[in-house]
Design a protein around this ligand. Structure first.
Ligand SMILES: NC(=O)c1ccc[n+]([C@@H]2O[C@H](COP(=O)([O-])OP(=O)(O)OC[C@H]3O[C@@H](n4cnc5c(N)ncnc54)[C@H](O)[C@@H]3O)[C@@H](O)[C@H]2O)c1
Ligand SMILES: O=c1ccn([C@@H]2O[C@H](COP(=O)(O)OP(=O)(O)O[C@H]3O[C@H](CO)[C@@H](O)[C@H](O)[C@H]3O)[C@@H](O)[C@H]2O)c(=O)[nH]1
Length: 446
């Protein structure tokens, strides 16, 4: 099939390359000339394991192309919408201007031919009601262009694997059964190879598909904030939240995943998605249903200040003149994404309280230098920790979790380590002479 992906960021570029990997002919359209030039050369504009290989292979084969010229999407059967839906400045709601612009691009340049409608398949995370609104806009255009909502659940760091082996596929379809069945068949043809692997495929109406996405992210965010609330209790009582999470996680009904306490969640999805969901619930007059998400957000943001206070408390509450080595800038390991990164936020707060902050990240260094020229960014852990008064592990890159405390000890001025992700072995660090502090990890011989 001939497909387009409108928006070639973390989601769209990976989706485009993976669809080409499935044998489709794909054109990726983006408004960012620099990004398109890189992608067209087969070079990844961001850090995502496994993506460079899939990208290069499919660009080379000619099945995958990238452009800024919208006329090139004319004869595609499906247009996947993967543009951003960021939080609006100063508000909780999602900024829908990019989605609306992408839809206008398709309506202007797509040329439906033959018996089947051209399909707009929305992958961006949007407020419930968007698909219906866009379908209305398509109908008004007079062109034979229809809409399905096909939310994306990939995780950064696992984007290729998650796109090629998703744990479920959801199609939000129009209520008209005949039209809906036609759109279902078009998507089935696109995903035939995935569906042959018995991946669950759920057919829903538009609002259900849109809600599935934000409900999933709200649940994940809630799980993380729940365990971080428990971390606060652990700090107040000397209990160990990592043991607590392990113990409750043995109950299948709770499960072990997403119970890692620490400095909390960030990234381009969870924080802005729960806020946009609350804003939309308010518009729908059901804001009370989601007031718990305010608490989820508040608990999450509190973790960042808690980490800063932990560092300050080591020096009687004053960070002025203290050298803090921050290990990690990206919002999670195996990514260079700095959007709403707890690590970067903490580094900024430390700096604002007068600390001499030196930060390093195995992948996000260049992006960090561009985004934050005010911060002192270095290439290596050795440079970062040199003469540090406290070392903070804020992104759990393997590179950091495997650090040797014995080898690190002579490099620092004062041997304080704050484990913002609860990923280090406290005993190993203590035995090497460090004062170790986790987040809600207490001090226990057990
Ligand atoms: N990043 C993820 O892991 C992920 C996973 C699932 C869903 N999502 C959702 O997918 C959407 C995209 O997220 P992302 O992380 O890829 O964002 P991103 O910022 O990395 O990418 C968005 C891209 O869209 C481009 N763009 C903006 N307006 C355009 C237009 N009119 N025409 C063509 N291109 C345009 C931008 O230049 C950018 O390259 C969001 O709604 C997000 O919530 C993201
Ligand atoms: O137990 C945990 C698990 C995660 N995190 C943090 O939570 C954030 C988000 O992590 P993760 O969900 O793995 O990353 P994303 O790539 O943002 O993926 C989420 O957001 C995407 C965009 O909507 C969805 O597609 C994915 O399904 C959803 O997991 C990161 O800062 C993690 O450090 C924790 O603090 N504790």
């Amino acid at each position: 099939m001939r497909l387009s992906t409108i928006g070639c960021g973390y989601l769209g570029a990976v989706h485009a390359a993976c669809m080409a990997e499935l044998g489709h002919e794909v054109i990726g359209l983006d408004v960012d000339q620099g990004k398109v030039d890189k992608l067209a050369r087969g070079e990844s504009p961001f850090h995502e394991p496994g993506f460079p290989e899939v990208l290069a292979r499919n660009v080379e084969s000619g099945r995958l192309r990238f452009t800024t010229d919208p006329t090139e999407i004319a004869d595609c059967q499906i247009h996947f919408i993967g543009v951003g839906t960021p939080q609006m400045q100063g508000r909780y709601a999602a900024d829908m201007t990019y989605v609306d612009a992408a839809i206008e691009t398709v309506l202007t340049h797509a040329h439906p031919q033959g018996e089947r409608p051209v399909l707009i398949a929305g992958k961006s995370t949007v407020p419930v009601g968007t698909a219906e609104r866009i379908a209305g806009r398509c109908a008004a255009s007079g062109k034979d262009i229809a809409v399905a909502w096909n939310p994306e659940f990939l995780r950064e760091g696992f984007a290729v694997q998650d796109t090629l082996h998703p744990d479920r596929i959801v199609y939000g379809l129009p209520e008209d059964r005949e039209v809906g069945a036609q759109l279902r068949d078009i998507l089935d043809e696109c995903y035939a190879q995935l569906l042959s692997e018995d991946i669950p495929r759920l057919l829903t109406n538009y609002p259900t598909a849109e809600l599935v996405k934000v409900a999933a992210n709200s649940f994940l965010a809630t799980k993380i904030s729940f365990i971080n609330a428990m971390a606060e209790l652990c700090d107040a009582t000397g209990a160990d939240v990592t043991k607590l999470a392990e113990a409750i996680g043995h109950d299948d009904r709770i499960g072990k995943k997403f119970l890692r306490a620490g400095i909390g969640f960030g990234g381009g999805c969870l924080p802005k998605d729960i806020r946009a969901f609350m804003a939309r619930a308010g518009e729908l007059g059901v804001d009370q249903a989601l007031t718990f998400l305010r608490e989820v957000d508040a608990i999450n943001l509190r973790r960042r200040e808690t980490a800063v206070d932990m560092a300050a408390d080591l020096f009687g509450g004053r960070l002025v003149g203290r050298k803090v080595a921050v290990l990690g800038a990206a919002f999670k390991p195996d990514s260079d994404d700095l959007r709403d990164s707890p690590a970067l936020d903490i580094a900024t707060r430390l700096w604002a309280r007068g600390a001499d902050v030196v930060i390093t990240d195995p992948a996000a260094g260049d992006a960090l230098r561009r985004a934050r020229p005010d911060l002192h960014v270095v290439d290596t852990v050795e440079q970062a920790v040199k003469n540090a008064d406290v070392v903070m592990v804020l992104t759990e890159w393997k590179h950091f979790t495997e650090l040797d405390p014995e080898e690190m000890r002579p490099r620092v001025r004062e041997a304080h380590i704050i484990d913002g992700r609860n990923v280090l072995d406290p005993k190993a660090w203590q035995q090497a002479g460090w004062h170790y502090q986790g987040m809600g990890r207490g001090v226990s011989t057990w």
